[in-house]
Design a protein around this ligand. Structure first.
Ligand SMILES: NC(=O)C1=CN([C@@H]2O[C@H](COP(=O)(O)OP(=O)(O)OC[C@H]3O[C@@H](n4cnc5c(N)ncnc54)[C@H](O)[C@@H]3O)[C@@H](O)[C@H]2O)C=CC1
Ligand SMILES: O=C(O)[C@@H]1CCC=N1
Length: 272
């Protein structure tokens, strides 16, 4: 059943679009229900044309919706708060107005302080949402009723798996799942570079790198394999994989990835 209320979106950048486009395609959110706000008139016009949505720089219009997805950069949060307050004072508050924030690192206590009068949910999505293979971590703020929780779960379930987590776990969750696609993209790009160096044409190398990643993930998940088991399945005595693994260990790949996830989690905590 489509979303019955207007749906505000404040900040229609890469993450908001990765969430919204599948929701529009699925029919859960109708185009006519969306009230989106962005920073500049030029991007409002471009996005309105591209997506067939009502997009403007008038944030108060977006904030007048009973449910608002907030997807500006964490550093832009202070700038958007006044329009949210104006919208609440201009109209009688809707039944349980709700703010869904996807801002990295910004904790519930800060959302609740900046957006009084709205129940808040902190959501950590990732860009594979665009192809409905996303992961979203959710933590509820004070006063989010069961009916609203059900709607939020349903919304994010359209784009992948939804997990409810204690708020302190959202920073490492974000480091692994939201920053993770960039880390894995670097691995895919580098492996394709290696195949090009070894003589494959670039388009074929890129295609094969992506298929290898997807197939490996499907195998790990489908067979519930420990990654070490999969590695051992592939590695023949005195074979090609052992030769490659030796180079990866020499270069410190494990340590580099551990430190990358730790650094991303720490940065998320700093953005608070
Ligand atoms: N990109 C990703 O993979 C993920 C992003 N996030 C979070 O999502 C949020 C958005 O990130 P991106 O989409 O990557 O950024 P982006 O830069 O692509 O989008 C930001 C959007 O905010 C709008 N904006 C800026 N100031 C505004 C204002 N005063 N009023 C209305 N709109 C305004 C911009 O016009 C733009 O549409 C960030 O807080 C980020 O931490 C969370 C998880 C993953
Ligand atoms: O890099 C960032 O800060 C955002 C949050 C997680 C993914 N992109």
């Amino acid at each position: 059943m489509p979303w019955s209320e207007t749906f505000g979106v404040v900040g229609l950048g890469r993450m908001a679009r990765a969430l919204l486009l599948p929701l529009l395609d699925s029919g859960l959110v109708e185009r006519s229900a969306v009230r989106a706000a962005v920073a500049t008139e030029a991007s409002a016009q471009t996005l309105a044309g591209e997506l067939g949505l009502q997009v403007s720089t008038d944030a108060a219009r977006a904030w007048s919706a009973p449910v608002v997805l907030l997807a500006v950069k964490p550093q832009q949060i202070e700038a958007v708060a006044p329009a949210a307050a104006q919208a609440l004072s201009a109209a009688a508050p809707a039944h349980e107005p709700l703010l869904i924030s996807v801002l990295a690192g910004v904790p519930l206590w800060r959302l609740q302080a900046l957006f009084p009068g709205r129940a808040c949910v902190r959501a950590v999505p990732n860009t594979p949402a665009l192809v409905r293979s996303g992961l979203t971590g959710l933590s509820w703020g004070e006063g989010v009723g069961e009916a609203r929780r059900g709607e939020v779960r349903q919304l994010f379930a359209q784009v992948g798996e939804v997990l409810e987590l204690p708020e302190p776990q959202l920073d490492p969750f974000l480091a692994l799942t939201s920053s993770g696609p960039a880390f894995l993209a670097l691995v895919a790009e580098s492996m394709a570079d290696g195949a090009v160096a070894a003589g494959l044409p670039r388009p074929l190398a890129s295609h094969l790198a992506h298929r290898t990643m997807a197939g490996t993930a499907a195998l790990l998940q489908g067979q519930e394999l420990h990654p070490g088991e999969l590695k051992d399945m592939v590695t023949s005595p005195a074979g090609t994989t052992a030769a490659g693994l030796r180079e990866l260990e020499r270069a410190g790949l494990r340590s580099a990835l551990i430190e990358a996830v730790l650094a991303a989690a720490e940065r998320s905590r700093q953005l608070a």
